[in-house]
Design a protein around this ligand. Sequence first.
Ligand code: SF4
Length: 204
Amino acid sequence: MSKKSTPAIVKPEGLEKVLLHACCAPCSTAIVEWLKNNSLKPTIFYYNPNIFPKEEYDKRRDESRRHAEMNGIDWIEGEWDHEEWKKAVEGHEHDAERQGRCQICFNLRMKKAAEKAKELGIDTFTTTLASSRWKNLDQVNAAGAKAEAETDGTSFWAQNWRKGGLQERRNTLIKEGNFYNQLYCGCEYSMRTKDDDIDKNLPK
Ligand code: SF4
């Protein structure tokens, strides 16, 4: 007897519209293509107060907007309140990536995404954060589930967006669109290179 294989990406039944929280254009490319190919209408919500400095935020934002325009989809910007974000992660400046600070960061962004989805009357939200191999998918999904539980009438679409060949497709689409591809996650505490030390980027 042959075993039925589970599809890599499972579209929630009856879904037509989705709010896609986007961290940047590169992470959005293959996801948006998949959504459109599967008869879904995404609205991009660019909400990333974690990104520092402002010039970097602006650069990623402009690329995200350009990507949405290329795809003819709605694009909304959230507030860049980096000081509030810093307060929220206070005490976690030295955490390694994929630990406590990142969970707080995801929680904040997913909460705002759920609220925006509700405001727009879009029941379901998901995030490009679940497409990066640098991020802990369990942390992303926990943040989405928490935001869903705290925001009545919303539903988080927990999906590993690296599946279904999207990881490979992303690389092609980044090249085709000539999108700016950042070298660090976003906050000042993630600005590390192999020769760098986190302390250099901490507030004096
Ligand atoms: S490393 Fe990335 S996910 Fe973690 S706190 Fe910084 S910006 Fe947020």
